[in-house]
Structure formats: C-alpha cells, structure tokens
Design a protein around this ligand. Structure first.
Ligand SMILES: [Zn+2]
Ligand SMILES: [Zn+2]
Length: 305
C-alpha cells in the first residue's frame, strides 16, 4: 500500500536553512560512475533485484574504466554556447551531437562489458550490438536520446544508454555551471534531458534545497520544492510513499499532468543516489501503477518494469 501524505504538514521546506543554492551542479565523471557502481553493489545485497543490480554495478564500473582511453570530448564552439544561453536552450544539443565520438565511447564500453558477469539475455544483446554496424548503433542512440526505447529491444539499449551517459557526462563536466540558464520545466539545463528523479540535498549552504537530476548527463539543477518537476505546476502536488518505509523516498505526484517523479531525501540519508536508488526503489513504481499517476521521469535502466 502507498500512503497519501499532505504536503503542507509533512514536507516542510526549511526556508531558514537555505542560503542561495547554486542553479546547477555539473557532474564529475571521474567519480560519478565509480560511486554508482558502489551504490548499485550495496543495494544489491539481499535485494529482490540483486542479480540485475549487480549487473548494473559492473556496467557502472565499465563506464568508469573506459574513460581513461577516450579522447577529450569536443564542446560546441563559444558562439553556439552563447546563442544557446541567449535563447534559453541547452548548450549540448542532442540533435547535433558528434556520433563519431559517441560511437567510439560505445565501442569501448561494449568491449569492457564483454568481461562482466551478466544474465543470458544481456549477453546475447551484447553480442548482437557488437555485431551490428555503426548505422544500427546510431539508430539506437537516437532512440535513447528521444527517450523512446522500444520494449522489444531493451537489453541492447541499456548498453547504448550507458555509453551515452559517459559521453554526455564528460561533455557536461566541461561546461561552465555559472553559464547555465533554466531551459524549461522537466529539462536539464545542460543537455535538455528529462529528470531521472529529484533529491533534497544536505549540502553546506544549500541544506534542504531540491535538485532535479538529469537522466543522461547527471547535471543537477535547482528546482523549488512542492512543484511538479515535469510540468511546473504548483497546484495539486502530493506525496506518496510505501507504508512503513524509511520516509526518505517519495513519489511527488501532480494533479495537473498526472505524472509523478521520485524525490529522495538525501539530507536525511546521504547514501541515496538519484539514478541507482531510482532502480532499487522499483517497488514504489509498482505500487504507483495501481493509481492514477504515470511515471514521468526517465531511467534507461528501469524501462520494461
Ligand atoms: Zn543533462
Ligand atoms: Zn505536473
């Protein structure tokens, strides 16, 4: 059972504690995937999804390892970056990214993934993807970037999404956080991607502030609380959680767009991670399925559940 929580009483914004949070925090790909690997492995212990979480831990390990051998990613030129900023567009344009660089990242990831323990369907998908030509691989990249992963071909897209996460996190990390501007509700200010979830952080100077996390490049962007991170509505926002849960993971529901996005109270439990814990809290999504709200966030590792 999920239980309905009244936002006004139970999810107070501790305004007094918030100074001025930064608008955006860029990812650090040199630690991002290594810490995801650790978190996936920790969450796998005694978890119903244990084998899958262990596979994702190994995949995150591969995402970390391959970076040493990759060339410096190429950012758009300064004029393009300025134009994007002036027009409130994300500086990393998903439609115009370099397929050559992304394919090189994919090739390295596929080779690293060959060595990891995986379920049989994941092994077969890996073989098919390695055997596919670059045109087919590019086609799958476009599916991931359009947040439109075909259900019958999920397993191959997990690897493609993992490679794109590395590619875009490396690009985003080279942007200037202070130059990012809001580009619209539910969109990452660096790459335009949808949120995977949101977190209430315990950072010094921003304690209690909420950030949405990008499902692709892992940029965090500040977003006021009790506001739908999909459509921006501040009316009809509610919170649901699993009965008897720790109170640190909730689904923020919106009566305007009928969507929900998970919110993690990282200030109460610093181990909570927007991407890995989103997968590990699948039980909340399964319960939400019985209700009127659809999952509005995107996580390539959770498609198909
Ligand atoms: Zn992004
Ligand atoms: Zn909404």
């Amino acid at each position: 059972m999920t239980k309905q929580i009244i936002p006004a009483g139970s999810d107070p914004t501790a305004i007094g504690e918030i100074s001025v949070p930064p608008f955006a925090r860029l990812p650090d790909p040199t630690v991002l995937f290594a810490s995801r690997a650790q978190r996936f492995a920790a969450l796998a212990l005694g978890h119903q999804l244990g084998p899958y979480l262990n596979f994702l831990a190994a995949l995150a390990g591969a995402q970390h390892e391959i970076q040493d051998d990759l060339p410096e990613p190429e950012l758009p030129d300064p004029e393009t970056l300025k134009r994007a900023r002036d027009y409130g567009m994300p500086p990393l344009d998903r439609a115009k990214f370099s397929h050559v660089a992304a394919l090189a990242t994919l090739e390295k990831l596929l080779s690293a993934a060959s060595a990891i323990d995986k379920p049989k369907p994941a092994a077969e998908a890996l073989d098919r993807l390695i055997g596919a030509g670059s045109l087919e691989q590019e086609h799958r990249m476009r599916n991931v970037l359009a947040d439109a992963i075909p259900i019958e071909d999920l397993a191959q897209h997990v690897y493609v999404a993992a490679a794109l996460q590395v590619h875009f996190a490396r690009l985003a990390s080279r942007l200037e956080a202070g130059a990012l501007v809001p580009v619209g509700d539910g969109a990452c200010p660096a790459c335009g991607g949808p949120p995977v979830s949101s977190v209430i952080v315990g950072w010094h100077g921003a304690h209690g502030a909420r950030f949405c996390a990008c499902s692709l490049c892992a940029t965090l962007w500040n977003y006021v609380r009790i506001k739908c991170s999909l459509c921006g509505s501040t009316k009809g926002i509610g919170y649901q959680e699993i009965d008897g849960g720790p109170g640190t993971v909730k689904a923020e529901t919106c009566d305007s767009c009928r969507g929900y996005v998970k919110i993690f109270h990282q200030h109460k439990d610093p181990a909570l991670d927007p991407t890995t814990d989103d997968v590990a809290t699948l039980a909340l999504d399964l319960l939400m399925r019985d209700g009127p709200y659809r999952r509005g966030s995107f996580n390539p590792f959770l498609i198909g559940y």
